[in-house]
Design a binder for this molecule. Structure first.
Ligand SMILES: C[S@@+](CC[C@H](N)C(=O)[O-])C[C@H]1O[C@@H](n2cnc3c(N)ncnc32)[C@H](O)[C@@H]1O
Ligand SMILES: [Zn+2]
Length: 446
């Protein structure tokens, strides 16, 4: 302390040191209590509903026996069970393992992970088991059955020393970790529907350079079936275009950037992908107003012509919607946004994830590798993609193979890749008019 005599200064330092030690011990004590509580919960656990043991990645977990909860084959089993478990999300959880490991390596130190909407705990248990350098995992769920099942899964995987399970509301838990020394390196938000209600508290619970993972399953809003709900929740307008799933990722990423910006946090979208009924976005968080200002440069709008497939990217967070004519055909353009117009995956991250994939024996390795390759390739391409079938339909043409279209556009000097968003999609910087000509030519060659 400047100005204090040396002895007082020493005393002050000793006091500070003692206080820090005390706080550290208190924290350990609280964590020990939580551990003991979840161990007691797991002890002699007898689920009151049908369950089965499954293997995923390197872990064995007890999950609800989904077949016992559906009456019709068309019913969505995971939401009928007393605890949420979705086997179809295995690839999604594999990807989480790969990216968290890549992130841990990039930080070069031990990390801690927080999953406040954990369900049966399968994701957190996998992260604790399969990611080297994870020193602590905190799981939470508001549902008593989920809490007890997750605690049991921690127990049977011998993870009591590193995983704690809490039965608390997610925002409450996240907010109780907003103080500087209580934050995490990874926060994973995997809710029912939209992650937006948890965004504010999630970004506050992250350390500088922390990784946030967000799942959104409210695709009807994000893909433009319910545009009002999307504007209300995500602060951006969706469009029911052929690339609406990419727009969904961009709307979610844009919403994250706006929320983070309010806390003087910058975001870097490092990876994103779409699944059957969801989109998932991974971003690193960077402290400081300057980083937050950078977010603004990556916000904008995507204008789309529903008549000739032309699209334009408009930079800037504020754009007064006005009737704007398509430069190709003169029709009125429709706008999506404000949304994230920066890149939505980073090729370096994809490479690091592929390296991690090679060192693991995952059941879905082939599918995951294919997805990572596609995403790595398309990550350097321009925003939006074309679905060949739609354009051929509109032009009344026979549909050529994607491979032929890609080759033809490459010969014309354009950047073009397939996209993981659609098996019939091509991501290219070629204008819609050029693609239309290529399709006409290919159809004539048949
Ligand atoms: C989609 S599931 C999580 C699935 C899990 N992450 C996985 O990978 O299997 C969402 C979970 O969030 C829990 N939940 C919903 N609202 C919550 C809230 N406000 N606070 C805490 N948990 C909540 C539900 O009980 C459910 O278990
Ligand atoms: Zn047009």
């Amino acid at each position: 302390m400047p100005g204090l005599p040396v002895t007082m200064n020493k005393r002050f330092l000793v006091l500070t040191h003692n206080t820090r030690t005390l706080i550290f011990r208190l924290k350990e004590f609280v964590r020990d209590c939580d551990r003991r509580k979840s161990r007691m919960t797991a002890k002699d656990y007898r689920p009151s509903f049908p369950t089965e043991m499954i293997t995923e990645g390197a872990v064995k977990v007890l999950v609800p026996k989904l077949s016992a909860f559906v009456k019709e084959p068309s019913e969505y089993a995971p939401s009928k069970a007393p605890v949420f478990y979705n086997p179809v999300m295995e690839i999604n959880r594999d990807i989480t393992v790969l990216i968290v490991q890549a992130h841990q390596k990039s930080l070069g130190r031990d990390i801690d992970v927080f999953e406040p909407l954990a369900g049966c705990g399968i994701r957190g248990v996998r992260l604790a088991t399969e990611v080297r350098g994870v020193k602590a995992v905190t799981l939470g769920d508001i549902n008593e059955n989920a809490y007890r099942l997750a605690a049991h899964n921690v127990q049977i995987n011998n993870l009591n020393k590193i995983v704690v399970v809490k039965k608390k509301e997610a925002n409450y838990l996240l907010s109780s970790h907003s103080a500087p020394r209580k934050r995490f390196d990874v926060v994973d938000i995997d809710p029912f529907g939209s992650p937006v209600p948890f965004l504010d508290s999630a970004v506050r619970a992250l350390r500088n350079e922390g990784l946030i993972a967000l799942t959104a399953t409210d695709m009807a809003s994000l893909s433009g079936v319910h545009p009002k709900a999307c504007i209300r929740k995500y602060g951006g307008k969706p469009l029911r275009t052929e690339y609406c799933h990419e727009l969904a990722v961009r709307l979610l990423a844009g919403c994250l950037a706006s929320v983070a910006g309010k806390h003087d946090l910058g975001v870097n979208i490092v990876f994103s992908h779409r699944g059957e009924h969801y989109v998932r976005v991974y971003a690193t968080i960077h402290y400081g107003a300057r980083s937050a200002d950078e977010n603004q440069k990556k916000m904008g709008f995507i204008l789309h012509c529903f008549k000739c497939f032309h699209r334009e990217v408009v930079r800037g967070p504020l754009w007064i919607e006005q009737k704007q004519a398509c430069s190709e055909c003169g029709s009125t353009l429709s706008a999506a946004g404000p949304l994230w117009i920066g890149s939505i995956s980073n090729p370096e991250t994809c490479k690091a994830m592929e390296q991690e994939l090679r060192t693991r024996r995952l059941r879905l390795a082939v599918k995951t590798k294919k997805m990572l390759d596609l995403i790595a390739d398309e990550s350097i391409g321009s925003a939006t993609y074309f679905v060949i079938d739609n354009m051929c339909d509109a032009l009344n043409l026979q549909v050529p193979s994607s491979r032929k279209v890609i080759e033809a556009l490459k010969i014309e000097g354009f950047h073009v890749t397939p996209t993981h968003f659609s098996t019939r999609g091509v991501r290219t910087d070629a204008p819609a008019s050029v693609l239309a000509k290529v399709l006409c030519r290919l159809a004539a060659e048949k």
